[in-house]
Write a protein that binds this ligand. Sequence first.
Ligand code: MN
Length: 709
Amino acid sequence: MMRQYELVERVRRYDPDADEELLDRAYVFSLKAHGTQKRASGDPYFSHPIEVAGILTDLRLDDETIATAILHDTIEDTVATYEEIERLFGPRVARMVDGVTKLSKIEAQSESERAAENLRKFLLAMSDDIRVLLVKLADRLHNMRTLHHIANPEKRRRIARETMDIYAPLAERVGMYEFMKEMQTLAFRELEPEAYESITRRLELLRDDSGDRIARISSGITLLLGRHGIQAEVTGREKHPYSIWRKMTERHISFEQLSDIMAFRVVVADTEQCYRALGLIHGRWPMVPGRFKDYVSTPKRNGYRSLHTAVIHSETARVETQIRSEAMHAQAEYGYAAHWAYKQGTPADTGGTKESWIRDLVEILDHAESPEELLEHTRMAMYQDRIFAFTPTGELIQLPKGATPIDFAYAVHTALGNQAVGAKVNGRLVPLRHPIANGDQVQILKSAGQKPQPEWLGFVVTAKARAALRRFVRNKEREEMIVLGRKFYDEIVAGLPAPLGAGAMREALRRLHLPNEDALMEAIARRTVDDEAVADALMPGVRGSGAAPPRPLPHRDAVSIRGLTAGVAFQLAQCCHPVPGDRIVGVRRPDAPVEVHAIDCPALASEGDDAEWADLAWGESDGGTARLHLILRNEPGSLGAMAGILGAHAANILNLSLIHRDRSFHTFLIDLEVRDLAHLMRILAALRAADAVSSAERVREDEERWEAA
Ligand code: MN
């Protein structure tokens, strides 16, 4: 067991200003408090907190953290109290010891109790001070190192399972890869003893067989590159047993088939040399198909750049290789510290080392002016843009800061996002744009009749939600374009001098290099192919033959509404209520005013054959009328609040009707006079932000949809 002076000496070696007296007092206090308690190994209990403190001196942590480690089990396991610790060691140490104690209580509970509520406390406590988590991880690591002393196999398995599921991922998240690997190795040995034995035995056999292969392959690569004038620093390592096992189970292969058990990193001077080195390596050894990734030309989202490849070095050795420049390497190292919140889920073989982030942490510890500032730094670095929220069943969902219930819904499942109509946060109804806070419990209310609302794009923050919404909007727009295009197509065909032959469409698609009819209709609507080209493709020669079509092709030049008013009567369609800023089209019928529709108006699909279409643009305008569908909470003052918002935005109410009421909500349709689309959007945003308003949407389609939802 480490002696008092040894421990103090270790701390003073990296921190000459450490509070020696604090450490001495903690040592003596803990020694007395634990008294004659014994570990399962038969060692005095006191050896455990001292070992934990020792692990943390390897990470060069500050004196308060080391004192916390020495004291970490005193409140839980001895007669010592929080007040006592606070009086003797100060409020900061006391708070950290208390934090570790709280985390430890979670382990003591059963599997089912450990769900949402506890995990939530766990994460919140952890985010309070990263040093609490570091002590807890070191505590767990030491307990894993001594796990074999516990006689009860059930208990051993439970601890190992928990380490695998909770602590190893936590260690990974904060960038402590060495902790993570050791925890995984020890837990793996407990949970899958046979697999563990077999893999370690095979690794040893391979090592005996072929000597130090890592050194040989490393110097082989260095020599190859050197001969071609490339100075490279090559490092290699063997993958650890658990990551090998995971690969075997993921890919359903045996150890023999799994030949890539080594990984190498090649650091060269610049980008050009990266590609040259890659070429030389691929020229010397055959590459494994499908394993090459160019993160230099297309960096990962967190800025990570490297070339990844795997080559067949020999029959029994595939070799994973990362090639990067010195600048990329530095960036990757810095990136691990800056982006440790993102680390989870990226493969461990991107080669992070504990030194990089610990350097960063030590830097923070060294330079922070006050404990508050230090806390701020560490918390910012770790949680700068992450929050954790829970489903009603206690499942933990990780989201970026600013995420809304829609982001949450899409994170749970795309179908849930698509059908979301409302949300409760901690049991209270909230608007769909309400930002979720750390630790919130979120319940998504859904309806089978609901469809994603394009407006959601205005406030979602996750890539998944954005992608799902874009996909939906794109598909919807495409469907409408196809309908619109078919309209023009019919006009084009009507303008041809003769009826079309049976194979004309197929031939036309071939000539225009389009895969199918829908693509043609879309191309016509988007004007990526002009009408004459379509006519010519349908009936070759019709353009050049001089046989002019009996009547002109439909005229579709862009016209401003102002231009229209000068000569042509028009009216804004009552189905879609377009306002300035909307994309619009005009529908012309014989002997009727031009009807102006929003381009996404569903009524356009059912226009009759006698209509002619015109692209329109807005000119100067006095505004328009928009129809809103508004759900208010049935609470005193709701209606007044709504009227207040509309008044504050100078939006005139032309018409208001109550279409549905129940105990909780009142649903209205409101026609508003607005200046333009931006004005309308500001009003919608203000309404949605109001407590009284449960939902506010613009009505763009038939009203039945709202009744259904
Ligand atoms: Mn402990």
